[in-house]
Design a protein around this ligand. Sequence first.
Ligand code: DC
Length: 223
Amino acid sequence: MSNLVIAIDGPAGAGKSTVAKRVARELGLSFLDTGAMYRALALKAVRAGFQPNDGELIGKMGESTDIRFGTGDPQPVYLDGEDVTSLIRTPEIGEMASAISAHTPVRRVLATRQQHIVAGGNVTLEGRDTTTVIAPNAQVKVFLTASLEERTRRRYEELKAKGENVDFAQLKEMIAERDHRDSTRIDSPLRVADDATRIETDDLSVDEVVAQIKALAAQSATI
Ligand code: DC
């Protein structure tokens, strides 16, 4: 399966990262977490004192920002050489990432880099626009989703395990708002690509979802 590209799209908390990482590992592909790039740039923007709607300035800053990935689990993320792996995983940075990702100058600078990585092939990538904009020609395109309740529950467990004090109802509201923002932005909104396979994960284990995607990859290799 040379040059295989698997794109996994979907809303917050659908399990994209967990599933994409597993698929990448089991198929020997590299893994591209596109959201981590938005998060890293969001962190830099917060530190620089920018507001969520400073799209033009943040996009400009993005042009001279170095964002790299290491190997490991969690996958290390380097912002201008600094290890920001855990710093970018807070709800606050998630909010800022969602807000800045609505701006075309920000999307343009990160999308160009992501498309460049995808052009190299042999990659599993995940994020909201990966099946529609970043890798529309991927052999396997999946839209992973789950109910708001289930996605909130997963995020809640994840944050609690990291020792963060979160309120379930508040988290649910934040995720609903994020869904709304990501789906209604003008530039590259979250949507199901016509030819993507939709997988509802409420009642599926990670193993089952991974198996379904691997089956789709095997199928694509025989077409
Ligand atoms: O997947 P995540 O939670 O790490 O992403 C954080 C934010 O980044 C998300 O709310 C929207 C934005 N994002 C995006 O617009 N496009 C992507 N391909 C990935 C993330």
